[in-house]
Design a protein around this ligand. Structure first.
Ligand code: AMP
Length: 274
């Protein structure tokens, strides 16, 4: 992969890169279609990265279907599929890691300690191997997007990071490989995530400016459903992910919810300026 990327650079090709953990869906494909449009070559990685999972998380259960992924990738016009094994990515224990403290101490960083260090380190490795000009991330994982953007800025990496909107099922549920864990009843309850984001956005449209009022209304809506338990519901500054006192600037409403065996995230940016 490394020498192939170098050849592409020598030829003057621009590389668009979409890192994934596989079990692809329309959310992943939307990133790929954009990358396909913007660049000469589309490189996609499928790698379930062990270092971003905590000891009691779903690494061993993470869904996989490389055959189906491959046919979806063909359809979307992917030029290079990079699927390294864990041994290839981590032949020895990695001593060097990349951390983005601050941004990763909040939201998902609290309940998933070490998760973002695993993400930033593997994304760095993948960037070094695939040498992209542009890399595409979903805003469904909004904190991840901000963290990667910050890493690229801080380390002067010559890569444009592009964030694209969340793709949803027709009933509003954000697409996720982890939706495969949901029973029909849990899935029904999980619709309250996207519904509560809509309610929050209506509250802001009707003049609500108090983040705490929005957080408690959203919590109430989610906790009224069976099978769900709230990890967090937070309104934070959309750039720094820090708590805010008033909705007087772009703010992120982010949720992480346990639904049966799945941990689901969703979010919306409130008070957008553009
Ligand atoms: P994953 O395979 O879950 O690691 O996701 C790979 C990339 O796809 C990440 O940048 C995710 O944010 C993005 N992604 C996952 N689900 C969606 C979705 N529903 N809409 C848009 N992007 C998504």
């Amino acid at each position: 992969m490394h020498s192939h990327s170098s050849r592409l650079h020598d030829q003057g090709d621009r590389i668009g890169f979409v890192p994934t953990m596989g079990y692809l869906h329309e959310g992943h494909l939307s990133l790929m279609r954009q990358a396909r449009k913007d660049n000469h070559v589309l490189v996609v990685s499928v790698f379930v990265n062990p270092t971003q999972f905590g000891p009691n998380e779903d690494y061993d259960a993470y869904p996989m279907d490389l055959e189906k992924d491959t046919s979806m990738l063909r359809e979307v016009g992917c030029d290079v599929l990079f699927t390294p094994s864990t041994e290839e990515m981590y032949p020895v224990r990695v001593a060097t890691t990349v951390s983005v403290p601050g941004l990763t101490d909040r939201l998902c960083g609290v309940s998933r300690p070490g998760h973002f260090d695993g993400v930033t380190t593997v994304v760095n490795k993948l960037f070094n191997i695939t040498r992209p000009h542009r890399a595409y991330f979903g805003l469904k994982d909004y904190q991840q997007y901000r963290v990667i953007k910050r890493m690229v800025t801080d380390l002067d990496m010559d890569i444009e990071i592009i964030g694209l909107p969340t793709v949803r099922e027709p009933d509003g549920l954000a697409m996720s490989s982890r939706n495969a864990y949901l029973s029909a009843k849990e899935r029904e309850s999980a619709l309250s995530l996207s519904r509560s984001l809509e309610v929050a956005s209506e509250m802001v449209a009707s003049g609500e400016r108090n983040p705490a009022a929005i957080e408690s209304r959203v919590k109430e809506l989610i906790e009224s459903q069976p099978f769900l338990s709230v990890d967090y519901v937070s309104v934070v500054d959309a750039e720094e992910l820090t708590p805010i006192r008033s909705l007087d600037r772009p703010a992120l409403l982010a949720l992480a919810i346990h639904a049966g065996g799945a941990r689901l995230v969703d979010n919306i940016v409130l008070c957008k300026t553009d």
